[in-house]
Design a binder for this molecule. Structure first.
Ligand SMILES: *Cc1c(COP(=O)(O)O)cnc(C)c1O
Length: 430
């Protein structure tokens, strides 16, 4: 026993090994030390030669100081909630890297005076939606709703259709969120139908605003009726439209998805949306509306608690003003191009002795919008056992298992990642 103990190299000696100098700088001493302690246990258990302590520690180190792992999205779900919704464009990632240091987020370099925080991102948003009198950005779509409910309806009523009281996901429900601000809900209509007369009967002196929520993650079909924004705008109360997904203008491939410009043109006083759904940007809550309403929101004390950080502002501006984000590219991808990519990957796998097939597949936009819309896609089909092996690889690959096959759907994966997907499958098949 004592002999084994003597053979275990001391922690400080392993940590001083030249092999670990660079990792300590990169990952921090605590993370490297944790790996050393694990290595020492392996020596104690007789599973590792003491001389190999430093190299074994090196091999066991995490890739970075953060525990998040990169995942290649081969699920066929473009906006995958569990994968953090929209992946950012290269331009947005670079913008984040600039903003991460000290930056002129609240400084006007020309005059040396204080500058308006987020002016670039706000200008980019306003430029994309000229129908908005003013714009504001907060932490996420839910924060945008909390801000408007607090500022316009605390102690008053929000008139909303019963069929639009949605659960966003993970147990969070919009009605609970709205009530938490001190506003009361005045529900109108039934689950499947609501008419202008229902709203007219409910709107009165206690009304803070009329809320229209896009059912972004479910469909009601059959005997249904809802009231368009253009008709709600005739009511004697401001109309707030939660479009959810963040389309700023109509999208030809997603005709049923509401957009900010149309809602404003049809008379909405305010539109709220998420930044990390169909817009393809960072998590953010976008508020676009008349100058009066947006100014009232900007001046509300709660606005300070909901403000976004400089990284978000940077990524949002680059998303709005820069090149097409991956989300838009994924939605627009031609099925024939996806099929050609799948066939190329299958060919490369065949050369390495791995049997796979290129198959047709159905992709979806995901929890971020366009419920019921199927986007024809293509996938690489492998035996089901690959799914788990690929999920545990680094980078991880998330496919989906369908009829006992592991499908790697290419619609949500940027073409530039095909080689890495191929490498992951080759490694998993080895
Ligand atoms: C997604 C969504 C929200 C919540 O937005 P977050 O950015 O996730 O906070 C609210 N309303 C609708 C209609 C949505 O689709």
């Amino acid at each position: 026993m004592s002999d084994v103990r003597r053979r275990v190299p001391r922690t400080d000696i392993v940590l001083a090994d030249p092999l670990l100098v660079e990792p300590i700088q990169r990952l921090g001493r605590a993370r490297v030390k944790a790996a050393v302690l694990a290595t020492q246990q392996h020596v104690r258990d007789g599973r590792l030669d003491p001389a190999d302590a430093a190299p074994a520690t090196l091999a066991a180190l995490p890739v970075g100081a953060c525990s998040l792992s990169e995942v290649l999205n081969a699920s066929g779900v473009i906006l995958h909630t569990n994968l953090g919704r929209a992946p950012l464009s290269t331009a947005a990632r670079e913008a984040i890297a600039v903003a991460a240091g000290t930056t002129d987020v609240e400084l006007d370099l020309a005059s040396g005076k204080r500058g308006r925080r987020g002016r670039g991102a706000l200008a980019a948003l306003a430029a994309k939606v000229p129908d908005a009198g003013s714009v504001l950005v907060v932490n996420n779509g839910a924060a945008a709703l909390v801000l408007v409910a607090t500022a316009l309806a605390a102690g008053r009523e929000i008139v909303v259709a019963r069929g639009e009281l949605v659960e966003i996901g993970d147990g969070f429900r919009l009605p609970d969120l709205l009530i938490s601000t001190g506003a009361r809900l005045r529900e109108v209509g039934t689950t499947n139908r609501v008419t202008l007369a229902d709203y007219e009967a409910a709107v009165g002196p206690r009304t803070g605003f009329v809320l229209k929520v896009h059912p972004s993650n479910f469909l009601v079909t059959g005997f249904t009726a809802s009231v368009p924004v253009s008709e709600l705008a005739r009511l004697p109360a401001p109309v707030v439209v939660d479009i959810g997904s963040g389309l700023l203008a109509p999208h030809s491939l997603l005709p049923a998805e509401p957009d900010a410009a149309s809602a404003l043109r049809n008379g909405a006083a305010l539109v709220t949306a998420s930044g990390d759904k169909l817009l393809g940007g960072p998590q953010a809550g976008l508020l676009l509306g008349t100058a009066d309403v947006v100014t009232a929101l900007r001046r509300h004390p709660l606005a300070r608690a909901l403000r976004v950080d400089k990284l978000t502002l940077a990524a949002l501006e680059a998303t709005l003003a820069g090149p097409q984000p991956p989300t838009a590219a994924a939605i627009a991808a031609e099925p024939s191009a996806l099929r050609a990519r799948a066939e190329r990957i299958v060919l490369s796998l065949a050369e390495a002795g791995i049997a796979a097939t290129a198959v047709d597949s159905d992709a979806v936009v995901g929890g971020g919008g366009a419920p019921g819309v199927v986007l024809p896609s293509a996938a690489v089909a492998l035996p089901a056992a690959y799914a788990e092996r690929l999920r545990q690889a680094r980078p991880a690959v998330l496919g989906r298992v369908e009829r006992d096959r592991c499908l790697l759907d290419l619609r949500a994966l940027p073409p530039a990642d095909d080689e890495r997907l191929l490498a992951a499958v080759l490694a998993a098949g080895a």
